[in-house]
Design a protein around this ligand. Sequence first.
Ligand SMILES: [Zn+2]
Length: 576
Amino acid sequence: MTDRLLQLYRGNTPEAVEFRQCIRSYNNMFAFTSLGVHYDRELSKRNKGIYTFRVQGQIYHFVNPLKPSDGEKASNLQLYFYDTEHEVQNRMALSSKFRESIVQQLKSILDHNPYSVFIRRLAEIKDLDKYRIFLKSNPGLDQRVFNIPSVSQVAAVWLDSDSVNGDSSREIEICTKTGSRKIVKQHYGCYDTLQYPLIFPSGETGWHPGILRKNKTQILQQPDQTCEKENLLSIEQCTDIEQLFIAEQTAAKKKKRQRPTVSCREYYAYKFQMRNGDQSNLLHIGRLLQQYSVDTYVKLETSRLEFHRGKQNKLRTEAYQGLLDVIAKGSTNASNVEKRIILPASFIGGPRDMRRRYMDAMTLVQRYGKPDIFLTMTCNSSWPEIKNYLLETDECQNRPDLITRVFRAKIEQLKEDLFKKHLFGHVAAYTYVIEFQKRGLPHAHFLIILKEQSKMFSPEEYDNIVCAELLDRHQSPYLYSLVIMHMLHGPCGSMNPSNPCMRQNHKCRNNYPKDFSEYTKHGKNSYPIYRRRDDGSKVYIRQHELDNRWIVPYNPYLLAKYDCHINVEICLPLKL
Ligand SMILES: [Zn+2]
């Protein structure tokens, strides 16, 4: 990444700050391809709440024709070709939020981008309509070495009469006439490069099939190992022919398991990794990282779906789909049979996978009885493990890689406390789910079923693990501050009618404020009524005075250890 661009990403000048605020708009304006996507505009408003980029459905990248249609403003690739004398003015005309000095800077940075050089040079060709223009889908570079593509590697021009060499399905044709536009397929190496010029200013190639993988340990240990050198059983060693067959089969399987190329998932897992001395700056590009990671995820899932689409004839899909249903309905017209794609249970998040997980959870209840404890843990974006790795210019919501990684580590730690150290007693079974809030922070819900000897029956036992009161601020100042920070509900109701917990009937979904109670007792529904003494302890927070009725039940040990919203509730075994 050039120093000038790095200055915009990390600097503190008013220009750099403004650039980072509108970074997605600047990138999309300089992008060569246009983005076709349904995204949630409400969540991505700049001035309202935390910025979140959320999409629904497929993402498409299009290469538009070189000239805009009549009456339309030039955009994307057209801006590099059409009316280049007024390029900056044309770019500025797209939105009032752009600053001219930033556009000027970005333009001069991208003057060395091979795609921009190529498109600008097209203006020098006379009778351009007689030519066919192609962008190469995979510029064919060895990504293990640091190199950037040259103009001739990324694109080419042919006279219309020439036959195109090689496989033209691997090229993207740019139309000179108005009208048609071409889709850039997600497995092309130039997919990322064309859409994200501000991440790949020199035109670096992204993932494409066939990137060779090198296994470091293998190379170091056996530099010239080939198949012949594998230790196969010699015939003399065999006592019967069966043994030889098995040995051969094992060797053959071993060879099959070798995967010499890098998969899409592996490639991006590598790219999104934090490293000491990383020069790429990829993780510090602010809101653009949100768009880029969403785009990458959709790309990954699309390639998985395409894999299953290609495998349909290997599954006995006719047993699952339309054919049998139509026949069962008594219809004999074959045109009523719809072609459906069946996703196997191994496709994570697919309907069969979800159903399998649901059935597993239900089986746990059948086998071990109703859950005893319900626990919710929410990610705290101020955890030092997150804060320590943010640059001054980073905002935590723009680092989904870091947040999910730290959260997972905390969940693993919590699981160890609960299930190996038996914090709440011996556990017979548990199940949990991790969800993401609308604004992107993860949280986990656990259901825990205890073994017979650890089950709790009396309110006194509940008091041992759950507390729903403010603590003495002098006796336990640290815990007191955590309760105030993480465990106060709302306020909602008449104090704050627009709180998200409020239902249509103006009542709180979680029934806050709860009633005072001198001691813990069994309630009418499946939760007990916890001790919330009317002892006059109050705290003034978010412009309101709140007392024990507003405390979300918690476990003091877990709260102190994990420093986040962590709600622990007892589920009553019997309905009373
Ligand atoms: Zn409420």
